[in-house]
Design a protein around this ligand. Structure first.
Ligand code: HEM
Length: 476
């Protein structure tokens, strides 16, 4: 209590705004959120709450006082300045327990530092990981699934298959064959299990304490199937690293896949399995989501499509891009930035304070004073709203306008598609290289893209944001 008073005094904290109604046990609010999930309207619901209560407010959900913020200064405090004051594992441990009990997504502190080093080392050489011959193989297989005669196709579905295969190759050296027309029943089952596990983790995470009401048997069985699949590769990798170390007495060598490389770093079997599995959980929906939102926008704006195609052809021509050429097209970078601004892969997130601490904004009548955050209190931060901050991005925030990035320089406050700070997405460069390669190759291949979807955009919240109706287009 004394500590809390000291923090409040040192940082001149003032009371935050409280969302109304504010009942001691706010079942009303929990029910409102569940209803918004069911209506797939959570993102605009919260955007509206920010308009009503300001960029930071406290919402009582059941018995929990949750700090809800889209204020760039607060987000910076949580992710960067006071990174050590906030944990994620207490909120997530139960979600990932059946699938990756030792995975990077559900640990903090000393355990996280050890695990993070594996990713840092294995992801250091993006050029070697995003092997362009491997990428082209997958691209050619993807083309077989796209009708060339102007028939409508759901690109989102195809991108999920594409990235499942790309990341399978990166993770264990073998795709699940998701793009293949004659995929093996065994890998179909693994892919189905992956889909189920991702959906359940997202659903349990979003329904709060109510998640205990759901039956977990299928989740457990699906997790077991995936674990057995990955364990096969871990066993081979561990054996391979032992044989090589014994025969050549060499220091650590880079393997061709993540699991092979990581086996030189650690012999912790469970950690190897869970970090490898985490690549499938972290990367598939997010990269497929970036490609999907990009093509969703391109199919609705002929000017931007033509300008991007011209830029790609000017910078890369018709040949396959080299690794260096992936980042040559400045306009492509603006297009990807803009897609991630309007449809960020992780539109909101949450952490929990591990000590009494504070956030620099949200207190007092005008919200400019600091607020106290008590040990154990949840803070929820919203890129969906901070990416729509008109004072940073201009009045036309809902418009897809890549040109806005011509004048936005450096690290943009509140723009957090990969969440900056010590826990920044370690796959960021890999994700951008993969997305750039496939956008470039698709624009080199097709002269036009036509939207064939008359429905309005609707959110689909999973481990990453996707589009409920898919990306229904015709390419020619
Ligand atoms: C456009 C694509 C991607 C986006 C927008 C994205 C975004 C993010 C974000 C926002 C986080 C923090 C989430 C959290 O833990 O709360 C994160 C974490 C992470 N991402 Fe990505 N990601 C992308 C692609 C990838 C890819 C391709 C990989 C792997 C190849 C990857 C691996 C990871 C890992 C391992 C973490 C956990 C980091 C940690 O907790 O220290 N991501 N990503």
């Amino acid at each position: 209590m004394q500590h809390l008073k000291n923090v409040a005094a040192t940082h001149s904290c003032q009371p935050p705004t409280y969302e109304k109604p504010y009942f001691p046990i706010n079942i009303h609010k929990a029910w409102a959120i569940v209803r918004q999930y069911q209506a797939q309207n959570v993102l605009s619901y919260f955007l509206n709450l920010f308009k009503v209560y300001g960029d930071t407010f406290v919402s009582r959900v059941l018995w929990l006082d949750i700090v809800v913020t889209c204020e760039p200064e607060n987000i910076k405090q949580i992710l960067q300045r006071r990174f050590d004051d906030f944990d994620i594992a207490p909120l997530r441990r139960h979600l990932f327990l059946p699938i990756t009990p030792h995975g990077i997504f559900n640990c903090d502190g000393a355990e996280w530092i050890v695990v993070r080093k594996i990713f840092r080392t294995q992801f250091a050489d993006t050029r070697a990981i995003v092997d362009l011959n491997m990428m082209e193989d997958h691209f050619q297989r993807m083309l077989e699934r796209i009708p060339q005669d102007g028939q409508a196709v759901d690109l989102q579905n195809i991108f999920i298959r594409l990235i499942t295969d790309v990341l399978g190759t990166i993770a264990v050296g073998e795709p699940l064959g998701s793009l293949s027309m004659d995929q093996k029943p065994e890998t179909i089952a693994i892919e189905e299990a992956l889909r189920h596990v991702k959906e359940r983790i997202a659903q349990f995470g979003q329904t709060g304490p109510a998640h205990w009401l759901y039956n977990r048997e299928k989740f457990r069985l699906a997790s077991n199937l995936i674990r057995e699949y990955i364990e096969r590769f871990v066993r081979q990798a561990v054996q391979g690293s032992h044989d090589e170390l014994a025969s050549e007495d060499s220091a650590r060598k880079r393997g061709v896949s993540f699991v092979q490389g990581a086996a030189y770093q650690t012999s912790d079997f469970a950690s190897l399995r869970d970090q490898t599995t985490s690549i499938y959980l972290a990367g598939i929906d997010s990269v497929a989501g970036l490609l999907s939102s990009t093509f969703w926008f391109l199919s609705r704006d002929r000017r931007i499509f033509s300008k991007l195609k011209e830029d790609v052809l000017d910078n890369v021509g018709h040949d396959r891009p080299s690794y260096d050429q992936l980042s040559n097209s400045i306009y492509l970078r603006y297009v990807l930035n803009e897609a991630m601004r309007i449809m960020p892969g992780v539109p909101f997130n949450a952490k929990v304070a591990n000590k009494d601490t504070w956030l620099p904004r949200g207190g007092g009548p005008d919200g400019t004073a600091s607020i106290l955050v008590k040990k154990g209190q949840i803070v929820s931060f919203w890129s969906w709203a901070s990416h729509r901050n008109a004072s940073i991005f201009g009045d036309d925030v809902e418009e897809f306008r890549p040109e806005r990035w011509e004048t936005i320089k450096g690290n943009v406050s509140g723009y957090i598609p990969f969440q900056p700070g010590p826990r920044v997405c370690p796959g960021q460069r890999i994700a951008l290289a993969i997305a750039s390669y496939f956008v470039i190759r698709l624009l080199q291949t097709f002269g036009s893209i036509e939207n064939r979807d008359s429905k309005v955009w609707k959110e689909k919240l999973g481990l990453a944001l996707s589009i409920e109706n898919g990306v229904i287009v015709a390419l020619s």
